[in-house]
Design a protein around this ligand. Structure first.
Ligand code: ACO
Length: 426
């Protein structure tokens, strides 16, 4: 029971309302406002910036201190010692797997990497010019048409099978989105490969040749997936939870998360970084763009700098920076004009008083955009890669919600429209 209390007095309500205050294991306390509806008032919080909509034990962020923990483990440690798949297990189950559990989990995922052959027909119905996110959103929602056997969200074993399926199939579908766009045959997954190696194989092999994927690139891909695996109650995860609160099936919920991620304000930032680097075009123009970014009358912002939550540094960006160096060196393209612009921009912004005083550091998207571009992944696929990485987070939050007591999500409003009026007489 909560010992802490908050008191609220509202003009027009002739009493002090006492509200319980709860403490989490760390982070800000929350004031329980659920009784307010009974008093005839709502709270007002557009964008839910001050509202905790659920209890969760999955991910913790302290933006001021630059901390991101998955199930208590710092993201830097997971990036160094874990793999994307092991991190998926951790997010879903709450603990790191034993060796045996890990082997079982990996086998379980391998077993589900193929998609029903009918899914190929879905892709064939899309124009070649379709945006990869449009295809991904559609085909992931369509998975619910194929897996009727495990759609009972009240059964833990059904939830786990759905979780395994969606984590396993997402890389396959992501690669299919690419192959369809470039008019190449779909490549079947190779289950003797790791998840990230398999993904790069399905992306870049053809039936005519299967280039050997370098371990540095596999590691980079795996780290990008791992760093994006969860980020607490962000817009797409909250969308998954809201859809899930109606009892919607897991594939429909994940499709709704993909739709929310598609927005440029959420998943589209690394794409915007590459567009900006292309627009700058030459090192001689960097200064001009720095001045534009600092000019209050110019809406331009340096893409890949600053973060809504991380106000000192983005811990994922530190990891990604190292990966970026390794990938550019491995591919021998440090001197490619685009990457030289990126490096110079990073250096100038890190030394510039405007960026230092506003705590605007390169974020994870700045480096992941560069790495993905260097690996030969087209910018239109960047958000699909983000979605593939974020899938375990979405499904872990959906599973957490479905395993606990939850209410259908139903926000309120401050109504400012007409009050009742009569339909005009004719
Ligand atoms: N370039 C230039 N100036 C900037 C930038 C930038 N990238 N970001 C913030 N500022 C300035 C603002 O103009 C503002 O200046 P002021 O105090 O003089 O008015 C100040 O820094 C604070 O900016 P806010 O907009 O209040 O910061 P907020 O937390 O709201 O925004 C955001 C964060 C949206 C990420 C912003 O930094 C931005 O637009 N960055 C570029 C886009 C980007 O990289 N987005 C990806 C984020 S990472 C992710 O989603 C995974």
């Amino acid at each position: 029971m909560s010992e802490k209390k908050a008191q609220l007095t509202i003009d027009g309500i002739d009493k002090t309302i006492v509200l319980p205050v709860y403490e989490g294991s760390t982070g800000p306390d929350v004031v329980d406002v659920r009784s307010l509806v009974g008093e005839g008032v709502f709270t007002y919080d557009p964008g839910f910036v001050s509202t905790a909509a659920c209890d969760s034990e999955i991910t913790y962020i302290d933006g001021g201190a630059g901390i991101l923990l998955y199930r208590g483990y710092p993201i830097e440690q997971l990036a160094e010692h874990s793999t994307f798949l092991e991190t998926c297990y951790l997010l879903l189950n709450g603990e790191l797997p034993t060796e045996e559990e890990n082997a079982d989990f990996e086998n379980g995922i391998r077993y589900h990497t193929m998609v029903d052959e009918q899914i190929h027909q879905f892709f064939k119905g899309f124009p070649r010019t379709a945006h990869p996110m449009a295809m991904l959103c559609g085909v992931v929602g369509a998975l619910s048409a194929f897996y009727h056997d495990t759609l009972d969200a009240d059964l833990p074993e059904h939830r786990m099978t759905a979780a395994h399926r969606v984590i396993a199939k997402m890389p396959t579908l992501a690669a299919m989105c690419y192959k369809h766009g470039v008019g190449q045959p779909f490549m079947y997954p190779q289950n003797d490969m790791t998840l990230s190696e398999n993904f790069l194989h399905m992306m870049f092999s053809t039936p005519c040749e299967a280039p050997k994927v370098s371990p540095t690139l596999v590691k980079a891909m795996d780290t990008i997936f791992l760093l994006h695996a969860d980020h607490e109650q962000n817009a797409s995860t909250s969308t998954v939870r809201l859809a899930g609160s109606t009892g919607a099936n897991p594939y429909a919920c994940i499709a709704s998360g993909i739709a929310a991620l598609w927005g440029p304000a959420h998943g589209g930032a690394n794409e915007a970084v590459l567009e900006m680097l292309d627009e700058i075009g030459d090192e001689s123009r960097i200064e001009e763009y720095i001045l534009k970014a600092k000019d209050k009358s110019d809406p331009f912002r340096l893409m890949g700098f600053g973060h809504r939550v991380y106000k000192n540094f983005d811990p994922r960006a530190k990891v990604m920076r190292g990966i970026c160096d390794e990938v550019l060196a491995e591919l021998g393209i440090e001197n490619d004009p685009l990457f030289r612009i990126a490096r110079k921009l990073e250096k100038i912004a890190l030394e510039d008083e405007y960026f230092i005083s506003k705590k605007l550091y390169p974020n994870v998207d700045f480096y992941s955009g560069i790495v993905l571009k260097a690996m030969g992944i087209p910018t239109s696929l960047f958000t699909v890669i983000f979605a593939t990485g974020r899938t375990p987070g979405w499904i872990a939050h959906w599973n957490e919600m479905m395993s606990s007591e939850y209410k259908i999500g139903r926000p309120r409003q401050l109504y400012k429209g007409y009050t009742a009026r009569d339909y005009p007489a004719k």
